[in-house]
Design a protein around this ligand. Structure first.
Ligand code: ADP
Length: 298
């Protein structure tokens, strides 16, 4: 069973033709709502890989929190969720302009109510892998301790929030982690270089982790382990919505990692899962295991 720790959000997408001016009210062309939050997306993607999934996070005592939890349960994800009273659940509003540019406003709300003290060993019963989709170093540090206690492996996808903390903090926080994921923007920010190749090489040297995996959007992904660096191209697809591509990628990668596959197979499979995801709208449209297999065979 795989535990995923971090944010759960209710996403509201509004398609607009122009940005409203001050005090102006415009009409949206279309509305889409659905579950989001990186850790919750990862948990759903893991369940679709056919593995046991448990989401560990926090919601408010409001209707949006109820909806968000119901969506996870409907996907077969177990929830070990803290209810925070007097605080709203996490919400993200995404304005999608016709030029494809997205403008996002995130309210982290109840997500911030999850503290290291909430990560108690009982929540990790039967868990053999812990994934942290959060940049909160205090949660990562506590989860590493628990992982040692319960004998689980650990992966971290800290996003921009972690990369912003700088190399020194990131180095200490992810030390000893089995797999660290980041996208090329975060890798370049952290390595303080404009070129993804030199960023990966620098981070490979600096970070004491089992595997470092850097995703490159339409260029695929690279992984580094024990002196070996491997790049695998992305699949050529018509990308419709890349929201959650990184979560889909990480879940597929971890599913293969737990099956003991080699770097090439993990990267290939994860690129395929993410390629399917980007052809579909929404943050939770990651494919099932069999879909990825048929995609790879076609
Ligand atoms: P994030 O979504 O975290 O920013 P990336 O943009 O690097 O991460 O995308 C993650 C993965 O999704 C990539 O490594 C790749 O496998 C896949 N992907 C993203 N964009 C495309 C695309 N346009 N075509 C095919 N695959 C893509």
């Amino acid at each position: 069973k795989v535990a995923s720790i971090g944010n759960l959000n209710f996403d509201i997408y509004l398609r607009i033709s122009e940005l409203p001016g001050p005090d102006e009210n415009i009409e949206a062309l279309d509305l889409y709502t659905g579950g989001g939050g990186s850790a919750a997306n990862f948990a759903v993607a893991i369940a679709r890989m056919g593995l046991g999934a448990r989401f560990i996070g926090a919601v408010g005592d409001d209707p949006l929190g109820d909806i968000s939890l119901r969506e996870l349960l409907a996907e077969g994800v177990e929830v070990a969720v803290k209810r925070v009273t007097g605080v709203r659940s996490g919400v993200v509003v995404v304005l999608v302009h016709p030029d494809g540019i997205k403008r996002m406003v995130s309210f982290r709300g109840a997500n911030l109510g999850l503290t290291p003290a909430d990560l108690t060993p009982d929540k990790f019963e039967g868990v053999n892998h812990i994934h942290l989709a959060t940049g909160r170093t205090e949660l990562i540090t506590k989860a590493k301790e628990i992982a040692r206690e319960v004998g689980a492996s650990v992966s971290v996808d800290g996003g921009t929030a972690l990369a912003r903390k700088g190399l020194e903090i990131v180095r200490a926080t992810v030390e000893g982690v089995d797999v660290v994921f980041m996208n090329h923007v975060e890798a370049k920010m952290l390595a303080n270089t404009g070129d993804h190749r030199s960023a990966v090489e620098k981070l490979a040297k600096e970070l004491k982790v089992g595997e470092l995996v850097v995703t490159l959007g339409p260029l695929g992904a690279v992984a580094y382990r024990g002196g070996k660096l491997l790049h695998v191209d992305a699949f050529k697809v018509a990308a419709l919505d890349t929201t959650g591509a990184g979560d889909s990628f990480a879940a597929a990668y971890i599913a293969m990692h737990l099956r003991g596959r080699d770097l090439y197979e993990k990267l290939l499979f994860a690129n395929a899962a993410a390629a399917i995801k980007v052809t579909r709208p929404g943050a939770r449209s990651s494919p099932r295991y069999d879909e990825v297999r048929s995609f790879l065979e076609s």
